[in-house]
Design a protein around this ligand. Structure first.
Ligand code: GAL
Length: 672
């Protein structure tokens, strides 16, 4: 697709409707000063344009788009369907979603609509059609932004309309009621259904809904929101040739919707990312989100960071400002991992409304603030590295496999351990690689795995035949497969695979688990590598594999904790315990040594290093997230050599990266 603005896109959400007209002139002047090249316009502007049913005041939006265009700023035009106007919600109060406990959301928020509601759909598409007709050919409109954080912002809807839509979805997926009964194992508790009307969404506050029903309801809910996206996209395409996307909320855990299945429907994968105050390694969470976003971008094509923050958001308990330099490190961290655009929420801080204390590119304090100075400096940095745009992150040799459905299944129902979040192992394995400057792609379970030397499968509870076969194929072709506990246990319907855990992966791993031993709070089990584990252990029986690490305490003493089964020139590893970072790091060191996967550079943990490559060159991003200066050298025999595009300094052999600093080195090396 044609990229919406030259180089690395820079900008943010722009809400001129919140300001008097004379402020807009200052806005565009300051946008140019900061190097803003694109803004997202109109995200929540349904009610300010369609002021009454069918009555539209386009004047301010006409003016804003023309003004931006006159100043050379591209528009990422949003369909404002995230927030229906008050008059529509008053006329049709049942548009808002009903929660699992029967509580209907009141108006006054946003993303609060039932995706199965025909009136919402009709009004939304009618407005999108008018919007696309009016601006579809406007030269400023370089990208379309459907709704806002579809899935992330929306809650599940359990109303009667959703129930009916769910039943239709089930008929489509399973073909017959008998097939549903079979897939869900409704013989348990005598829940057999004899008519479709007997099936409801998993409502209620307590109890234990059938896990297979729950899993299908999650899938239905993802598809219901995707249907809304696709309907809007189709309307837009009737009037505009500009590319269409929507902002995902890619993170480490199980998403609200299955973004990987949505990604092929976007012209460019776009996502939002906010760091969390109580995250003990915020930068790694950011890196993981980038690796996962790239992993779902078809062909690993450059993606767009649609939102992040210049400082404190306003939705956490204690909203933390970013440290000096952190704005640039965060933004460049996304670029390093494949973003060709970094945008913020939002351009100018709002005086009023729910988000009045949210940070912005232009804070309430105006241009004399530190944030403003850093925003202007970042704009200049992005211009200095403009030649990086269009290059790709170098091919990773490690893949970490993720699946939202597996996460939904893990986090719900009467599980052996209800305190395990899906993102936990994903975070831990990614962290060990991140600490060692080893690049990985975080890929959906549907991805081709051929190019990877090392494939890591954390807590993939649910797995279908196709994925199981592709994963088992990794060691057979000489690669190394690592599978953690609570993987391969259930089929795609959520039913346990008989014969012992880890079901689908027993044969390839050469082990089977006799029994799970979830640990109690405070309980720890020792390992023969000197570490201890909390939360999760298992009694593993070797069946072709050998023990690498053993348990040394509890009733499991002497039993294998980590195993390896050599398969030709490949290997299959099983990790039955929730390893802590030190122990997991030792396993990772051994895996890297055995597979020969190199580090991007040699540097201490906390220094991030990623390389982007293209026909024109090779660019090494270095981000020092620590408060000490660190030396970075090439990995193995390769020396660092090139020029830092941010400072202009020559780099030869060894590079000192000051605390908190970022470097982007154009390397004197060609890349295959
Ligand atoms: C996002 C949302 C934005 C804004 C932002 C604040 O989730 O898309 O509209 O509310 O959060 O951090």
């Amino acid at each position: 697709m044609t990229w919406p603005a030259p180089g690395i896109c820079y900008g943010g959400d722009y809400n001129p409707e919140q300001w008097p007209r004379d402020v807009w002139d200052e806005d565009v002047r300051l946008m140019r000063e900061a190097g803003v090249s694109i803004v997202t316009l109109g995200v929540f502007a349904w009610g300010t344009v369609e002021v009454a049913d069918g009555v539209r005041d386009w004047s301010w939006l006409d003016d804003a788009i023309d003004l931006l265009h006159a100043h050379g700023i591209a528009v990422d035009l949003a369909t404002p369907t995230a927030a229906p106007p008050s008059w529509l919600l008053t006329a049709h109060p049942d548009i808002t979603p009903v929660l699992a406990d029967g509580y209907r959301e009141p108006p006054g928020g946003r993303n609060a609509w039932c995706p199965a509601h025909p009136v919402y759909r009709r009004y939304a598409l009618r407005h999108v059609e008018e919007l696309a007709r009016r601006y579809g050919a406007h030269p400023a409109v370089r990208l379309w932004h459907v709704g806002n954080e579809l899935g992330g912002g929306n809650v599940r809807c359990y109303c009667d309309r959703s129930a009916a839509a769910f039943r239709a979805w089930l008929a489509d997926r399973h073909g017959s009621l008998d097939a549903v009964n079979e897939a869900w194992g409704t013989a348990q508790w005598g829940h057999r259904f004899s008519a479709w009307e007997q099936i409801d969404p998993p409502r209620g506050r307590h109890g234990a809904p059938n896990p297979s029903l729950y899993l299908d309801f999650e899938r239905y809910s993802s598809d219901a929101l995707l249907t809304q996206y696709l309907a809007e996209k189709e309307v837009i395409a009737r009037h505009s040739a500009a590319p269409v996307t929507t902002n995902f909320m890619v993170g480490a855990g199980a998403h609200i919707v299955d973004y990987a299945s949505w990604a092929p429907h976007t012209a460019v994968v776009a996502t939002d990312h906010y760091t969390l105050v109580d995250d003990e390694c915020r930068e790694q969470d950011l890196a993981l989100a980038g690796d996962r976003t790239r992993g779902m971008s078809p062909g690993r094509a450059p993606w767009l960071l649609m939102e992040h923050s210049t400082g404190a958001p306003s939705w956490q308990q204690r909203n933390r400002a970013k440290d000096p330099g952190e704005i640039a490190r965060n933004a460049l961290g996304h670029v390093a991992r494949g973003a060709d655009g970094v945008l913020f929420f939002q351009w100018r801080a709002s005086r009023a409304g729910a988000e009045q204390f949210h940070s912005a590119m232009l804070p309430h304090g105006g241009t004399r603030t530190r944030v403003w100075r850093e925003v202007v400096a970042l704009g200049a940095d992005l211009r200095r590295i403009a030649e990086v745009a269009g290059t790709r992150v170098e091919p990773a040799r490690v893949a970490v496999v993720v699946d939202d459905a597996a996460g939904w299944a893990l986090q719900h129902g009467l599980m052996p351990h209800r305190g395990l979040s899906y993102g936990r192992e994903l975070r831990a394995w990614h962290r060990a690689l991140w600490d060692r400057q080893v690049l990985c792609d975080v890929v959906p379970v549907t991805a081709a795995l051929d190019g990877y030397d090392l494939v890591i499968v954390p807590t993939l509870l649910v797995v279908d035949d196709d994925a199981a076969a592709r994963l088992a194929g990794v060691p057979e072709r000489g690669g190394t497969l690592v599978v953690t506990y609570l993987s391969g246990i259930c089929d795609a319907d959520g039913q346990v695979i008989p014969g012992g855990f880890p079901g689908r992966f027993r044969d390839v791993l050469g082990v089977w688990t006799d029994e799970f031993y979830p640990l109690q709070p405070g309980e720890r089990v020792a390992l023969d590598d000197g570490s201890t584990v909390a939360d999760w252990t298992e009694r593993v029986v070797l069946d072709g594999a050998q023990a690498v690490v053993r348990y040394t305490s509890s009733s499991l003493a002497g039993a294998p904790a980590v195993t390896e089964r050599p398969v030709g020139t490949g290997a299959a590893w099983y990790v039955s315990a929730a390893l802590e970072l030190d122990s997991l790091g030792r396993v990772v060191d051994r895996l890297l040594a055995e597979t020969g996967v190199p580090r991007t550079v040699e540097a201490p943990a906390g220094v991030e290093a990623v390389r982007r490559v293209g026909p024109g060159g090779s660019y090494l991003f270095l981000l020092n997230h620590t408060d000490a200066e660190h030396a970075v050298t090439g990995s193995g025999a390769a020396d660092l050599a090139g020029t830092d595009l941010l400072t202009g300094a020559a780099v030869a052999g060894r590079m000192l990266v000051p605390p908190g600093a970022a470097r982007v080195v154009r390397e004197h090396r060609t890349h295959p």
